[in-house]
Design a protein around this ligand. Structure first.
Ligand code: ATP
Ligand code: MG
Ligand code: MG
Length: 392
């Protein structure tokens, strides 16, 4: 394990982050402006470390207990940029360092089925789910007799970018779905949501209460977020209010401070269900960097450090579209997209410095703000066309 001490910061409280991916990097970028020292625990050249020379970085895995203890020893507040962490060690260090949000919150949310049960207990509507006792065709059969087909088979843990999901359309899919999700992993089945749209709200829990960013429309392709539109298109004021209320209610029932992502399904009959939550800044909130008065990253730092933050600080300044840049078939296709985007300087390109692209890996994103959402859509369209053209 290597510990690298660089510049101390100007602010006195030190933040420790488990994970140094793109969310950690954008958190560091927000912290840099105030010279808040952010100590990152991850491998040597992780995205977050590339943009930070303030703080004391720990080189190692954010799953390594000893490395987490080292991070805690040099930090005043410990937070996460990924929920797939060992919460028993977070519980242990919480006696000596402030862990935000609470390890209990991270423990519940990291298990998607436990998260659903918890939300259900607090009266938050989610898609009906059935736990599979074993990853067997018989148990999947039982679940499908309760939920009907199609259904979504999901891994309870370690899921991201749709990697733990398998759509089960007919009984013929059962065997393959179980194999595709790893056979022995803990699984659950979810009732298929015939959604009209997907919405997301970033909610910020501070020491004083819950605040929320505007309602965003998210568009997924193969279970991976492709685009976000803020404000959400063709959503009435009433639905917007319902989405805001549901997202706030979902976050309010968890302990601790910080930014939370709440993903929702808007069904054909206008019912809203929570799909899932994230106890950290979230892909659906990238747009806030350019489009809101305060970004989700500044908001997360403000919440965990008890800096002033009010509801009006989270307002939208201008409509925005965000497009994810994923790794494509060719190893530099993400760079070609970034280069093409630079032809229109209204498009703000963020690259994550991950080096080698893998197909479907998030390599960067583009945000465009404009006076109207249709103007923002018009400006991003050539990039969407370029991405769609590159698909096999
Ligand atoms: P993330 O990267 O957001 O953490 P994830 O791997 O945890 O994603 P989910 O959010 O569970 O996956 O699902 C990804 C996408 O798959 C959803 O946004 C939605 O488009 C689709 N999906 C998930 N669950 C269902 C469902 N029950 N019915 C229909 N579509 C679903
Ligand atoms: Mg998820
Ligand atoms: Mg999701």
């Amino acid at each position: 394990m290597i510990i690298t001490s660089t510049q101390p910061g100007d602010m006195d409280k030190r933040v420790g982050v488990l994970g140094g991916g793109q969310l950690g990097a954008m958190l560091v970028e927000a912290a840099n402006q105030l010279r808040i020292p952010v100590n990152v625990l991850d491998v040597g050249h992780s995205s977050a470390k590339q943009v930070s020379s303030i703080g004391t970085h720990v080189e190692g895995s954010f799953k390594d207990r000893e490395a987490i203890k080292k991070l805690a020893a040099v930090s005043d507040v410990v937070t996460v940029e990924i929920e797939h962490v060992d919460t028993t060690i977070l519980e242990e260090i919480s006696s000596t360092v402030d862990v935000q949000p609470s390890w209990k919150t991270i423990r519940t949310i990291q298990d998607k089925y436990a998260q659903k049960e918890y939300l259900h207990e607090y009266g938050v509507a989610t898609a009906k789910s059935v736990q599979l006792e074993t990853a067997s065709v018989e148990d999947l059969e039982k679940a499908s007799s309760i939920l009907g087909l199609p259904l979504m088979l999901k891994s309870r843990r370690e899921a991201y970018d749709g990697r733990g999901n398998y759509p089960v359309k007919t009984k013929e899919d059962f065997k393959h779905a179980l194999e595709a999700l790893g056979g022995t992993k803990s699984l659950y089945a979810e009732k298929w949501a015939n959604f009209r749209m997907e919405l997301a709200v970033m909610v910020v829990k501070t020491k004083d209460g819950v605040l929320s960013f505007p309602t965003t429309e998210t568009v997924h392709e193969n279970s991976i977020c492709k685009l976000t539109y803020t404000p959400a298109r063709s959503v009435s004021d009433a639905i917007n209010r319902k989405a805001q209320d549901l997202a706030r209610k979902a976050v309010a029932c968890f302990q601790g401070k910080g930014a939370f992502g709440v993903e929702m399904f808007l069904l054909e009959d206008d019912t809203l269900l929570v799909n899932e939550m994230a106890p950290r800044p979230h892909n659906s909130g990238h747009y806030t960097i350019e489009a809101c008065r305060v970004s989700q990253y500044e908001a997360h730092l403000s919440a965990i450090l008890d800096l002033p933050l009010r509801q009006e600080d989270l307002e939208l300044r201008e409509p925005a579209v965000m497009l994810n840049i994923l790794g494509g078939e060719a190893k530099d296709s993400h760079l070609q997209i970034a280069e093409a985007a630079l032809k229109d300087r209204w498009l703000k390109v963020h690259l994550y410095g991950k080096g080698q692209a893998r197909k479907g890996r998030k390599m960067g994103h583009i945000t465009v703000c404009a006076p109207t959402i249709s103007e923002a859509e018009r400006r991003i369209q050539p990039l969407i066309d370029l991405i769609d053209k590159g698909k096999p």
